[in-house]
Each structure stands twice: as C-alpha cells, then as structure tokens.
Design a protein around this ligand. Structure first.
Ligand SMILES: *[C@@H]1O[C@H](CO)[C@@H](O)[C@H](O)[C@H]1NC(C)=O
Length: 323
C-alpha cells in the first residue's frame, strides 16, 4: 500500500524543518538552563536560571519552533525580599503560570541570606508575562534543615486549585555517598497562587536507581491522570535524564514508570542537532502536548553551558512518548 497523504505531508514538513520525525529540536543555543514554558495570547515564553548577568532569563517564540532570548531583559530584577542574599541571589529554575484573573505568578529559588545559606522558594507576581515580577515578602517553601528547597513548578488542577511542586534539596547536605532524601513535594496554594494552604505532601523520593537524587519536577494532568516529570542523577553528568511518574490523584500515590517506557530522555537520544547530552530540567506545556528541557550545548559536559530543546509529546494510558 502507498504511504498515506498525511504521512507524506509530515515527511515533507520534516525535510523542510531539517528534523527527523519524533525528535526534540534545539530552541536556544546559549546558557538557558532549567527552562519553563508558558503559552500566552502573544505566543510562547520561556524562563531560565540566572546567567548572562540577569536573575531570570526570558525567551519568546511565536510558533514554538523558533526562539529568541530577550537579551538583557530580567523577569526578576529585584529588589528581592530580605530572606534572599541580595548580592549572591543565584536565582534558579523559574516557572511561570497565569492565574484565572490574568495575573502571572513566577516561582523561583534563591540563596538565603545569613550563615549556612541554602536555596529556598519564593513567589512573585506581575500583570505582564515578562515582568518585572514583584516578589512576595515571605518565603514559600524552605526546608532549610533538610537541605533547602529548589526547582518549583506551578500547576493549576482542572478544579481550579493551584499547587506548586518542588524538590527538597537534600543532596546539598551530602558528604560523599552518604545520600540524603530528596523528596518531591506538592504544596497546595490559596486562590492567590502564592500563599501556602496546609502542609506540603511528599509525592516521590529518590531510590538507588536515581543515583543521589530526583529533582526538577513538573506536573500535568491528561486523561484523568497526573504525570510528574523529574530528573535523576547529577545535573553535570551524562547520567542526567528526564523520567516520570503517574498517579490518579494529585496527592498520589505516584508510580515511577520503568524501562522501556521511561526514562523519556537520556544522553544519546537523537535531536535535530545530534545526540543529546545530559538532558533534564524539563517542563510540560500546560496542555500536555510538548515539553522544554535543557541539555549540554556541546553534547558532552557543562563547558558550553546548557541550551534549551523542545519536543512534542504524546500522553496517554499512563505513558509519555516523544512525537
Ligand atoms: C551573600 O553571599 C556572599 C557570597 O557567598 C557572602 O560572602 C555574604 O556574606 C552573603 N551575605 C549575606 C547577607 O548573607
């Protein structure tokens, strides 16, 4: 039988864009780590960890394919709240959601002021997606005695409840291979999406299969199930990856998906610019149809920083695949 017209169309498209079918494509060839993405009335925006002299980097795309970093523009320029070390703020892994009233909320982690600094999580709001975001005075999650809290990602459930997922940064306490827990937590929020509502609950933790840690959570709901993506192993090695767990209630229990359906991305997987190195730090598009993640720009280590890749995904039946 001859190939279908739609298959031929897809093939033609893939030739035009220079990508094979089903492969992530490189969106940003610069240091743009721990990306998060959001769809707005004005195309797509991405946010990333501090680099190039700004606290929170921003990029824009009209079509999700071609991306441009808004050079020098900072979504979170400060002044930062007093719990943050203002001269050494180290803003990591920002994530933006839009509230029902149109206000944008940015979750971030920052180095605390004072001795024995750890990272903790704060929230900030803006009427414009690119900011400047005004930080809330109080810290949102800290867990300082357990190593701090990082990698926040907002989530709006289909009943309208807001949550933030984050990682307790237990590995910041590690000495050698004496591994501490690095639980991924779910914190319910009030309708302002910045004030905690009750205590955080644990969704997953590291196991020996994850090496020293799990981190970089992102949550999406599809087909009545909750999908929690996360990364395992050290971020600066080729073992870093994108994996996921599935639950039928937002609070869990979450089951980590195993091979061959997971990890979703590992070093050596193909992309339009060659094999990925150290893929991780992924974020779901809210509609569950795509992800953004970072990987080594040089394919092998941190030498040229971590750029952003995007990929279309298919979610269903408790599984995620790259499309
Ligand atoms: C901020 O961080 C720097 C560098 O680690 C440190 O020297 C300084 O004491 C810190 N400041 C405060 C207020 O914690």
């Amino acid at each position: 039988m001859a190939p279908s017209l739609s298959k031929l169309c897809l093939l033609a498209l893939s030739l035009v864009f220079g990508t094979a079918l089903g492969e992530p494509w490189k969106a940003i060839d610069a240091d743009f780590a721990d990306p998060s993405i959001i769809k707005t009335g004005d195309g797509y925006y991405a946010f990333a960890t501090n680099s190039h002299g700004v606290n929170t980097q921003i990029a824009h795309s009209a079509d999700f394919k071609t991306w441009k970093v808004l050079d020098g523009q900072d979504a979170l320029p400060g002044p930062l709240p007093s719990w943050v070390n203002g001269s050494h703020s180290q803003i990591w892994a920002p994530d933006v959601i839009q509230r029902n009233d149109g206000i944008f909320v940015l979750y971030y982690s920052a180095a605390t002021s004072g001795p024995k600094s750890k990272h903790c999580i704060g929230a900030a709001t803006s009427s414009s997606v690119i900011g400047p975001y005004s930080p809330e005075k109080d810290v949102l999650a800290c867990d300082k005695s357990k190593g701090g809290a990082i990698d926040a990602a907002g989530f709006k459930d289909d009943d309208g409840t807001y949550y933030v997922v984050y990682k307790v940064d237990g590995n910041s306490l590690n000495q050698g291979s004496n591994y501490h827990p690095t639980p991924i937590m779910l914190q319910k929020l009030k309708s302002d999406a910045v004030t905690p509502d009750g205590d955080a609950v644990q969704l997953i933790d590291r196991s020996d299969a994850d090496g020293p840690l799990v981190e970089a959570p992102s949550l999406v709901k599809s087909g009545g199930q909750y999908y929690l993506s996360f990364s395992s192993n050290w971020y600066n090695t080729l073992k870093y990856d994108v994996s996921y767990a599935v639950a039928s209630a937002v609070t869990g229990p979450y089951t980590k998906v195993l091979a061959p359906d997971a990890p979703l991305l590992v070093s050596g997987d193909g992309s339009n610019v060659g094999p990925l190195g150290g893929p991780g730090g992924s974020d779901f598009r809210e509609d569950g149809s795509a992800i953004a993640f970072h990987a080594f720009n040089n394919g092998k280590d941190m030498g040229k920083g971590r750029g952003m890749w995007v990929a279309n995904i298919k979610i269903g039946g408790g599984r995620i695949s790259i499309e």
